[in-house]
Design a protein around this ligand. Structure first.
Ligand code: SF4
Ligand code: SF4
Ligand code: SF4
Length: 216
């Protein structure tokens, strides 16, 4: 009765067991002004492509639209976080200093007197706040995805690690996800979460495999 009514409404039940579980996502850029990616649309795509696929143990995919991380990407077996690579356009800059004030990670230094701006890529977390704050469109931002693997949040807690540099296309993102699941099927033991598998065999093998995929 319940199942037939769900079917009529176009709904289907979630999955349990050793499978990719129901995809979770925050509201993303179509609803939230902070959003850098369309989390909900991405979740629908992942639902079609991955939900219910067999893997050695439960596998959670979570998508969070920006660095505020409401969906906590690093707590998932595979987490996606919206991100931006900022690029400074010197000719448009008035050296007002607003971007330096907005950057919580001290990645930007503006010297108003000498009219210089320095950007420290190593300190940048790709939150995109400088791009949104600049009144002169002197920062341009290319939106992309950060991918984390191996997170756990339950009986054991472990922070997932960023698996690859920023990924800019959904095609590359899907290649990465397919490869992570394939690696898990090859190396994971029944009943072992991805993060535990990586702790047991080491993380480098997966990272090298993903690096090779992006270079193809
Ligand atoms: S993670 Fe960012 S985009 Fe998603 S709901 Fe939170 S603030 Fe909005
Ligand atoms: S906010 Fe824009 S105009 Fe102001 S210093 Fe930064 S880049 Fe230059
Ligand atoms: S993207 Fe964020 S962390 Fe990077 S420079 Fe801009 S404000 Fe700072």
């Amino acid at each position: 009765m319940v199942k037939s009514e769900m079917q009529e409404a176009g709904l289907r039940p979630g999955f349990c067991g050793a499978r990719v579980r129901t995809i979770t996502a925050c509201q993303g850029c179509t609803v939230c002004q902070n959003g850098l990616i369309d989390s909900a649309d991405l979740a629908q795509e992942f639902d079609r492509l991955y939900c219910g696929k067999d893997v050695p143990h439960k596998f959670k995919i979570g998508i969070t639209g920006c660095h505020n991380n409401c969906l906590k990407a690093e707590e998932n077996d595979l987490g996606i976080k919206g991100a931006v690579k900022p690029v400074w356009i010197q000719e448009k800059c008035t050296y007002c200093g607003i971007c330096q004030e907005k950057c919580r990670h001290s990645a930007i230094r503006v010297d108003r007197d000498n009219k210089t701006l320095t950007y420290d890529e190593a300190s940048c977390v790709n939150c995109g706040k400088c791009v949104k704050a600049c009144p002169c469109q002197s920062w341009e931002g290319k939106a992309g995805f950060k991918v984390y693997v191996g997170g756990l949040f339950g009986n054991d807690i472990q922070t997932g690690r960023q698996a690859v540099p920023l990924v800019y296309s959904r095609e590359d993102l899907n290649k990465i996800i397919e490869a992570v699941m394939e690696y898990f099927r090859e190396h994971g033991k029944k009943g072992e979460r991805l993060g535990k598998t990586l702790n047991r065999i080491g993380w480098d093998g997966l990272f090298q495999k993903l690096d090779g995929i992006l270079k193809k």
